[in-house]
Design a protein around this ligand. Structure first.
Ligand code: NI
Length: 167
């Protein structure tokens, strides 16, 4: 396994729309393993392949709940969304920024696992939010894109200031 470099905003590669995985190969299985290692290393709860500059539809997450083990999704598709929930989000590609975003509260997602089998999962709470956040990455969208222009500008300034301080 390997820790992969994570792209940071404003890297334009984060805007790439990821392609569907055509076949679950050993390369994809290795990608899933490397993404888990990268996510845990960064102390994140989710990661999309886009963030490690691989533009295929793969996401991983571990919301650290007893009811959900670490999960990975290949070619995830949201079949159904319900309700609304506002919660604070962060992102390994937008370090030091935490902002409130409104998402669907419940959803049903269908995907392949790394054995190439299709599964369907119902999710709510943090897991549902995380699935939506990671699928957004595959479509080139970041959570800060949902903020008002003023809030987004403030968030980016804060990130840049903290980045300068740590270099
Ligand atoms: Ni993210």
């Amino acid at each position: 396994m390997a820790i992969l470099p994570v792209l940071h905003y404003p890297d334009s590669r984060l805007k790439t729309i990821a392609r569907p995985v055509e076949k679950v190969t050993t390369d994809i299985q290795r990608l899933v393993d490397d993404m888990f290692e990268t996510m845990y290393h960064g102390k994140g709860i989710g990661l999309a392949a886009t963030q490690v500059n691989v533009h295929q539809r793969v996401i991983v997450m571990d919301v650290q709940s007893t009811s959900h083990p670490p999960l990975h999704f290949i070619n995830p598709e949201i079949l159904d969304k319900q309700g609304e929930e506002i919660s604070e989000e962060g992102c390994l590609s937008v370090p030091w920024v935490y902002e409130k975003v409104c998402r669907a509260a419940h959803l049903t997602v269908r995907a392949l696992n790394k054995e190439g089998e299709t599964f369907t999962l119902k999710a709510e709470g943090l897991l549902a939010i995380c699935i939506q956040h990671e699928i957004d990455h595959l479509n080139g969208t970041l959570f800060i894109d949902y903020l008002s222009p003023l809030k987004k500008e403030r968030a980016i300034k804060k990130m840049e200031k903290l980045k300068r301080r740590t270099i």
